[in-house]
Structure formats: C-alpha cells, structure tokens
Design a protein around this ligand. Structure first.
Ligand code: NA7
Length: 541
C-alpha cells in the first residue's frame, strides 16, 4: 500500500504511515501485530512510557481483573496460550502487566511503538485523503487511524472546592504512582465505592492506621473467591483451548462461567430453590452469580429478588446494623458495572474503618487537613480518588478530532456518541474505533472483543487494498440506524435505570446515552454479515 506525503505545518518532516494506531494497550498491541503481519506500515503512538494501557495505569492496591485469567488473554496465537502460566483464578494487575510486556517482547512490538507521545489534534486532510495527527513529539500522517484508546482511560477527578489546599498527597486509582504508596501509619480517605474502590479498600485498610470511606452510592458486590489457579484447571484449558474459546465467544459477555447460565426467571422460583441456587453461586463466586437467571437485567421483579439476596448477605456479614444499613444499596442490581470483591463488606467490621454517607449531603470541600461533609471535617493524611473515568468517549473527545469539512467529533457527538457498529463514524472516513461506543466492549470480556474488532478492521483494510479503495466511511443512515438499534436493545434491559458510567451519568454535563451494546454473539454476526455484504452501511470510495 502506498504511503502518504507532505510536510507538516511546523516545517518538520511528518512521520508517514499506512496506519497510525493510538494506544498501546491490549487493543493497540494486537492491532500492530496483525497489521504488521499483513504487510501494512503501522505505528503506534502511546502517551505512557510502556505498553499495557489500563494495566499500565491502574496500579492501585488490590487492582485485579474481574474476568478469570484463563479467559482474559489473547487467543490469536496457540503458542502464546500454551507458554504463558497464570498463577491465580483472577490475575492481579502486576501479572497482567507482565503478560502485556511478554507479548510486546515476544512479537518485537516496541520497535513500532512511539512511547511518551501524546496526541493533541487529529484532522482529516480532505485533499490528500489522509489523517494528520499532531502530537507533542511531531506530526504523523496516515491513510487510516485506529483508535485503540481504551474505554476507561481518562480519569474523572471531581472538582471539590479547596482540593488544591489539601496538605497531604492525593492519588487517583487510574493514575497510580509506579513506585507504589506506603499507607502504613496514615489516616487515609477514599472517595468512591465503585469497582476500583471495592478492590482497593480492603487492601488499604490492612495497611493504614485509619480509613474513612466517602460513599455517595452504596454498591452491590459479590465475592470473587480468588485463589491460586489449580494446575489441573490450567492444564484443562490449555488442552482444550480451541473448544473453550469457541464456547466463550458464544456467550453474551464472551466468557464462560463456572456454573452453567440458567435462562429461567428469578421471580418464578420457589423460595427454597431460589435460595439454594443463589447460595451456590455466592459460594462459587464471580460473575456466575448474575447468570443464575436469564432475566436479572431484564425484569424489575426478578432483579429486586436477586438484589434482596445480596442485601441480606450484607446484613449477615456486617456486624453493626447501622453500618450495614449504610452499605446496603437500594437501586437495581447489576445495572451499574457489577463488582467482585475480596472481603469488601467484612472490611467495615474493623474498628479503624469508617464510612461517611455523602449521598444526601455531598462532599462540601477539601480542607488542608481533610474532607468536609455537612460542616464536619474528617481529618485524613492522604486522599484516594476512586472516582472513576470519563468512560468510552472521554479520551476520544480530548484528542480534538475533526473529520470531513472540519466537523469536530465533539460536535458530531454533542447528543451522545454516534457510531456505526462501534467501529466507524459518519464524516470521519478511515477512522476505526476499537471497542468503541455502540459495541459490546465493557459489557463483555474485553480481550475477545478487542480481537474481534481488530480482526474485522484488518480484514477491511486488506479488502480495501485489494480493491484499490481509498476510503471507507460510515453512511449517516447506517449510523442513525445503529444508534437507534443500540438504544432499542438497551431499553429492553434495566441498564438505563441507574446513574452509571455506561450512561455517562457520572460526568457532570455529559449527555445521558447508553453507550455499550449488550450481547456479544449477535453483534459479531452482524459485523461479519456487514463485511461479507460489501461493507453494507459504509461508503467505499
Ligand atoms: P466507578 O465505577 O465510576 O466508581 C466511581 C465511584 O466514585 C462511584 O462510587 C461514584 O459514586 C464515586 N464518585 C464519583 N464522583 C463523586 C463525587 N463527586 N463525590 C462522591 N463520590 C463520587 O469507577 P471505578 O474506577 O470504581 O470503576 C471503573 C471501572 O474500572 C470498573 O468498572 C472496572 O471496569 C474497572 P456514584 O456511584 O456515581 O454515586
């Protein structure tokens, strides 16, 4: 494939390629590996100084994947599958980062990754039919861009009055110091009780002198039951990886559970049968708990029954009834990202762990000595912001992308993200998003979802090359149809009933639109069908 031309506006020679990939997490690495293998000149730009994406940044205490290790891994190379040894049922962040580094070394990826390079602008050059990426390290031009920028890669730090006056150190879980943090002897404040906090709180509590958790919305969490990975189980997966991968890809979240998914309705079961099924899954741990019935996120009555089971568990686990009441959620279960934990509720039985409910009276301000709520100052030596991310769109919008006719992506997405298949955007030719809004992404096991997207993009680029086609662009009608489709599917579920980051509801001012698409297998089928039908819904020129 021919490469580009031209000189950047600052007079320096631009770096010219077939494809520029933004991000060197699991998506960017696999994109580079695949496109390189197909003979494309691809480079990756990455703002960090090494690979790993999410697992590079999220180094907070207790950071761990909620998808089981044997399934949270690449499937593209059987030799890689066989040689890598996982040590726990769910891998911790350091182990996943080691895996990412192993992949980078094994396939010699780093030679085409430009680290510590932050994209500042991305403009479509209409005359040259190329993208121009301005970075803090110079200009890149490429026929195609692949946005492998992750779904949870722009941190959300709420603006609290006085935050800058705080005398001690502050940390965000998604931007944790590489050298680690020693909390021993300190009084620590944690703001937030989402997945990150649920993992971090028990570990920080074990280290610090006092822990005060500021909770806006109590969260449901189910025991993960992490443990060393049974060598026989690992061997079983390795011997049967092809069949087991196929089984994973046939599941709606692209992962198989320890117990079979059961599709009946929670509300229809007798008391004893319901409790036995729930108890078994509570003991087994993990997301299998939510797959005990087919309608947990579909039917309000069934959902309430499952939610009440967890509420009762909180009451059993937490000694102090007042504390238990504060920790008990009353919203729909699993409509926010479900959490898995190791001793989360138990942690609140420890005398040095305190919980401040900030639902009715929000955090008023941060003082030099602590966090002020309703006129009371809670003294802390360090603050951990476990306050989440500007999910799915935050990173894309911060890159200042302009498409055809100088239209800004921010304007095109003013009323929420608009994509076709979560892969392309009308008016933004030759730009692909990996696990973008409108695809299963965060509702699925991310690595299979990433592989499926990258494989689709690679096939597309090969097809375009063979046909000497210069541009591919989502048609506005197809995009509009897809946005409606995603909304219609989401509206069949209970997902839109909570203030979740799936909806953008965690970011003040962000348009409330359900961003991911539930259901991996039907989605994959649609993508295949579109590609086979001459990229139906895309204009090829
Ligand atoms: P989440 O799930 O977005 O959780 C953020 C938490 O921070 C959540 O409890 C929020 O409460 C809380 N929060 C946010 N802003 C505030 C303010 N202003 N005051 C008090 N509390 C606040 O992010 P995580 O990092 O835990 O998880 C993100 C994903 O990372 C996770 O799903 C995994 O895939 C990995 P709220 O519930 O909005 O009331």
């Amino acid at each position: 494939m021919s490469t580009g031309d031209g000189v950047s506006s600052n007079g320096h020679e631009p770096s010219v390629h077939d494809v520029v990939v933004v991000g060197a997490g699991f998506a960017g690495m696999y994109t580079l590996y695949t496109l390189r293998g197909l003979g494309f000149d691809a480079v990756v730009v990455e703002r960090a100084d090494d690979v790993g994406g999410t697992w590079y940044w999220n180094r907070y205490p207790g950071a761990r994947c909620d998808v089981e290790s044997m399934q949270y891994s690449y499937s593209f190379d059987p030799a890689l599958e066989q040689e890598w040894e996982w040590s726990e049922r769910y891998s911790g962040q350091p182990e996943i980062l080691r895996y990412a580094n192993h992949v980078a070394d094994r396939y010699d990826l780093r030679r085409d990754i430009h680290f510590e390079t932050t994209v500042q602008r991305v403009d479509w050059d209409e005359d040259a039919c190329r993208w121009v990426l301005q970075t803090d390290r110079g200009t890149y031009r490429a026929r195609f861009v692949v946005m492998a920028t992750g779904c949870l890669s722009t941190t959300n730090v709420p603006r609290f009055d006085g935050a800058e006056t705080f005398a001690g150190p502050t940390f965000h879980t998604g931007n944790w110091p590489h050298e680690g943090v020693d909390f021993s002897g300190l009084s620590v404040g944690v703001i937030g009780t989402g997945s990150s906090a649920v993992q971090a709180i028990p570990v920080i509590a074990a280290e610090c002198r006092e822990l005060t958790v500021f909770q806006r919305t109590p969260n449901y969490t189910v025991p993960a039951r992490n443990q060393p990975l049974d060598p026989d189980e690992q061997a079983h997966w390795k011997q049967n990886y092809r069949e087991l991968r196929a089984e994973m890809f046939a599941q709606r979240a692209a992962m198989v559970q320890r117990l079979p998914d059961i599709e009946d309705a929670a509300k229809d079961l007798g008391e004893q049968e319901f409790n036995e099924r729930m108890e078994e899954r509570w003991e087994v741990g993990g997301f299998t708990f939510y797959r005990a019935f087919g309608d947990v996120v579909l039917d309000a009555e069934s959902n309430e029954r499952v939610a009440q089971f967890v509420r009762d568990k909180i009451g059993e686990v937490v000694d102090d009834p007042e504390m238990a009441a504060k920790l008990t959620p009353h919203n729909t279960i699993a409509c926010k990202r479900p959490c898995l934990d190791t001793n989360y509720y138990e942690t609140f039985n420890q005398p040095h762990v305190h919980l401040v409910d900030v639902s009715a009276t929000p955090i008023e301000r941060i003082s030099p000595a602590g966090v002020v709520v309703d006129g009371t100052e809670y003294p802390v030596d360090a603050i951990v912001y476990a306050t989440g991310f500007d999910a799915m769109t935050g990173t894309l919008l911060r890159m200042n992308i302009t498409g055809r006719g100088g239209v800004r992506l921010a304007d095109h997405w003013d009323a929420g993200p608009r994509t076709y298949l979560g892969l392309g955007v009308a008016g933004f030719p030759n730009m692909f998003t990996v696990s973008g809004p409108g695809s299963p992404s965060v509702l699925s096991n991310m690595i299979p979802s990433i592989e499926q997207h990258v494989d689709w993009i690679a096939r597309c680029l090969v097809d375009l090359r063979e046909r000497s086609t210069t541009t591919i662009e989502a048609e506005p009608d197809a995009e509009a149809y897809w946005v409606d489709h995603v909304n219609a599917v989401a509206d069949l579920t209970l997902y839109p009933t909570c203030n979740s980051w799936y909806l953008g509801a965690n970011i003040p001012g962000k348009t409330r639109v359900f961003m991911p698409l539930p259901g991996f297998p039907p989605y994959v089928e649609i993508c295949e069908d579109v590609a086979s039908d001459n990229y139906r819904g895309f204009a090829l020129a």
